[in-house]
Design a protein around this ligand. Structure first.
Ligand code: SAH
Length: 247
């Protein structure tokens, strides 16, 4: 019986990988992943063999990982952040139906929303949801529906894949949908290159966010009705104040 680990390596810095993730990588023979992620971990595991595949070749990457495991090698397939959040954990189980002798173990990681949330302050302290603006695998109409529902439910919203070269105006289109039910001065945040070189974060209003350029290395945070700025940080109250006032 072969074994494959699907490992979330966290947002970037080695320090933000979990100890379990690092242990699994150090015990593997082969580490497979997309070029950018492999470059993030390579120097910490110099003795390993790496299988590098370009972006959008996800199925091929999974197949290669299974083929290596079939040879009896210990394989880790790496994803940034957490492999279960817009990562490859699901695809590995789907493709894994063909490889009945290989078992899959998912090792969790710190997703961009958590890394970026800590950078911005404490934006996710209440109910929140993740929405990807990429319509490569999801029809845009469905994304619009989810944005509207999240705004109506007053969730704090984390936007993944906010834009790319081919989808330059997606963030402003998303903000226009949110602005139908949310106030223009809703507190929002951007976190770019979290735990990587060039890390920056910024707090701004939903109106300002609408005209902001984001890229594929940015995660966007949209506050709920109560989110506020405290000493330059984005904070969503959990409601302790209300609780105190009741006493
Ligand atoms: N599995 C990853 C998400 C992959 S989808 C995770 O759990 O974090 C890719 C999107 O994630 C990017 O477009 C961006 O919105 C976000 N992202 C991933 N890593 C990031 C980082 N280091 N800094 C900022 N955003 C990041």
């Amino acid at each position: 019986m072969g074994q494959i680990y699907v490992v979330g390596i966290g947002p970037g810095a080695y320090e933000e990988m979990t100890i379990r993730g690092a242990n699994v990588l150090s015990q593997c023979d082969v580490i497979a992943g997309y070029t950018v992620y492999v470059e993030l971990v390579r120097k910490h595991f110099p003795e390993k063999e790496f299988i590098v595949t370009p972006m959008r070749r996800e199925e091929e990457r999974c197949e290669l990982a299974f083929k290596e495991a079939e040879k009896g090698r210990r394989v880790a397939l790496i994803c940034s952040g957490d492999a279960g959040i817009y990562g490859m954990a699901g695809l590995m189980y789907e493709i894994g139906r063909k490889y009945k002798d290989i078992s899959i173990e998912v090792v969790p990681g710190v997703t961009a929303a958590l890394g970026g949330g800590a950078l911005l302050g404490a934006p996710l302290v209440h109910d929140c949801c993740f929405i990807s603006l990429s319509d490569l695998l999801t029809p845009w109409e469905k994304i619009e529906k989810r944005l509207t529902a999240a705004a109506q439910g007053d969730f704090v919203i984390c936007l993944y894949n906010p834009s790319s070269k081919k989808r330059e105006d997606y963030l402003s289109r998303a903000c226009d949908i949110l602005l139908k039910c949310k106030k223009e001065d809703t507190v929002c945040g951007l976190a770019k290159n979290i735990a990587r070189e060039g890390e920056i974060s910024e707090i701004l209003t939903l109106r300002e966010l609408r005209d902001k350029e984001a890229d594929m290395f940015t995660t966007v945070f949209i506050g709920n009705e109560e989110t506020l700025v405290i000493q330059g940080k984005m904070v969503t109250p959990r409601g302790y104040g209300r609780e105190r006032n009741r006493i």
